[in-house]
Design a protein around this ligand. Structure first.
Ligand SMILES: [Zn+2]
Length: 123
């Protein structure tokens, strides 16, 4: 009897940390998927309204939902209720980052700034 309990104890000691890790990984992936969704919604909102929003706040989130850009205010996976505020706009237009899980695109310098060549059309 004692040996069975000991074996169960050892097995759960092995399993619990790996479950926790898998869960954290799943939350991060889901969070990054949410960032992509929110980014797209913000982009569409910007285009439709001819604006360029700079802050992702409660009011904008409500507008995104009201305008049908988002079906619901998404929560940060693992962040609990009302964790939409984990998502923030980054410097680049409609780039989203999370205060818990970081950005979808790891902050490596992949951004290319185009210089010069101002093509302005007037009409
Ligand atoms: Zn997150």
């Amino acid at each position: 009897m004692g040996i069975v309990i000991a074996i169960i104890g050892v097995l759960s000691a092995i399993a619990v940390p790996s479950f926790a890790k898998a869960r954290a990984r799943a939350n991060m992936r889901a969070c990054h998927a949410n960032q992509k969704t929110i980014s797209g919604a913000v982009e569409m909102y910007n285009m439709d309204n001819g604006v360029s929003v700079t802050t992702l706040d409660e009011a904008l989130a409500n507008e995104l939902v009201a305008g049908g850009y988002l079906t619901a205010k998404v929560n940060d996976p693992g962040g609990g209720r009302n964790s939409f505020n984990h998502y923030q706009l980054t410097e680049e237009n409609s780039g989203i980052t999370c205060t818990e899980h970081g950005s979808r695109t790891k902050g490596s310098g992949a951004a290319v700034a185009s210089a010069g060549g101002g093509n302005s059309t007037s009409g």
